[in-house]
Design a protein around this ligand. Structure first.
Ligand SMILES: Nc1ncnc2c1ncn2[C@@H]1O[C@H](COP(=O)(O)OP(=O)(O)OP(=O)(O)O)[C@@H](O)[C@H]1O
Ligand SMILES: [Mg+2]
Length: 325
């Protein structure tokens, strides 16, 4: 459904020299700085797949999604979505996909959502019966019946995001590019949106590429993730496999009373351990098979006030992946 081959986008920004004379010089000789927001990115996504698109701030996720949506042109490389070349901006392609930008409002601010929906119906010339059926389904799934007539600017963030999703789905796109659709939402709203996306993906077999900084979104929705870092793809595969590397390790968190100095006797045994600057807790990462031995060691030799054992969270796994680059 989606085929991306060596997609690259370089942004050229004018770099102003400091001070007045710097500005004057800039009139004659411009200095440009080039940022490769996406570098040789290639992947393919099959119909109905729900893929997570991960990377730290500035990695190039939004840039890539915008290229897939035909909003910006690649510097080189190609993309094909359902056989269409997004750069051609054909009407048939516009009907096939939707892009939701969590950071940006796409609905008319001073209109109730329902009026925006009717405008979209006209823009996409959706037949009345089909429009009604789709709208009813989406409104019920997202539970926003009572908010349809409220001015968008008066909606809560979560309600507005639900309306944005409805607006994006009214024309029944086959491909969805979701850029942080849960950003800023409280945990309950995040959960609602996630649940909706999962059901919608299963029921209609739409292909979804999702970016989110909330690992709960990715864990619950995506079996496969593509990770990019500084514009380049650094991982593409099962989320399980990414976690597996760390899944065999556990994190032991100990809290020591008083000044909580790390007992010297521990140091030789515990190897990879560090004190969390914020909480003062000692965090020790151990292979799962050493868990019992190391915990016993800690409990029997140190003045431990509290101890917890956790799996290494996905956030840490991903952070380690970035650091290793
Ligand atoms: N229009 C633009 N002009 C110049 N540089 C840009 C432009 N858009 C993006 N960039 C740069 O390209 C890089 C990638 O940006 P992008 O928005 O794709 O990152 P992102 O992965 O979506 O990050 P975030 O998680 O913060 O949303 C950044 O260094 C950014 O500053
Ligand atoms: Mg972004």
């Amino acid at each position: 459904m989606i085929e991306v081959s060596q997609l690259t986008r370089v942004f050229r920004t004018y770099k102003k020299r400091p001070g007045f004379w710097g500005g004057v010089r800039g009139l004659f000789k411009r200095d440009f700085e080039e940022t490769a927001a996406a570098k040789d990115i290639s992947f393919t996504i099959a119909e109905g797949e729900f893929v997570g698109f991960l990377g730290p701030n500035g990695a190039g996720k939004t840039t890539t999604l915008k290229m897939l949506a035909g909003l910006i042109y690649p510097t080189s490389g190609t993309a094909r979505v359902a056989g269409y070349d997004p750069t051609k901006r054909e009407n048939a392609y516009r009907r096939l996909f939707a892009l939701v930008l969590g950071q940006k409002n796409q609905l008319w601010w001073d209109l109730p959502a329902i009026e925006s929906f009717h405008l979209l119906r006209a823009i996409y010339s959706i037949p009345a019966a089909e429009f009604k059926a789709t709208l009813d389904e989406l409104v019920t799934l997202l539970d926003v019946e009572k908010k349809l007539n409220v001015m968008v600017r008066e909606l809560s963030l979560g309600e507005r995001m639900k309306m944005e999703l409805i607006a994006a789905l009214l024309h029944r796109p086959r491909v969805l590019f979701l850029d942080e659709p849960t950003i800023g939402l409280d945990v309950v709203s995040q959960k609602n949106v996630r649940q909706f996306l999962r059901e919608y993906n299963r029921k209609h077999r739409v292909t979804i590429l999702l970016t989110s900084h909330y690992m709960a979104d990715i864990k619950e929705l995506c079996e496969r993730v593509i990770v990019i870092h500084k514009g380049s793809k650094i991982y593409d595969g099962a989320l399980d496999r990414l976690e597996a590397g760390s899944g065999s390790r556990k994190k032991i968190i100990t809290f020591l009373p008083g000044d909580g100095a790390f007992p010297e006797t521990w140091r030789s045994h515990l190897g990879e351990s560090k004190r969390d600057a914020e909480t003062g807790k000692f965090i020790v990462r151990v292979p799962a098979e050493n868990l019992i031995a190391v915990s016993q060691e800690i409990l029997s030799t140190g003045p431990v006030a509290d101890i917890t054992i956790e799996d290494i969270p996905l956030e840490d796994v991903i952070a380690e992946l970035f650091q290793s680059r």
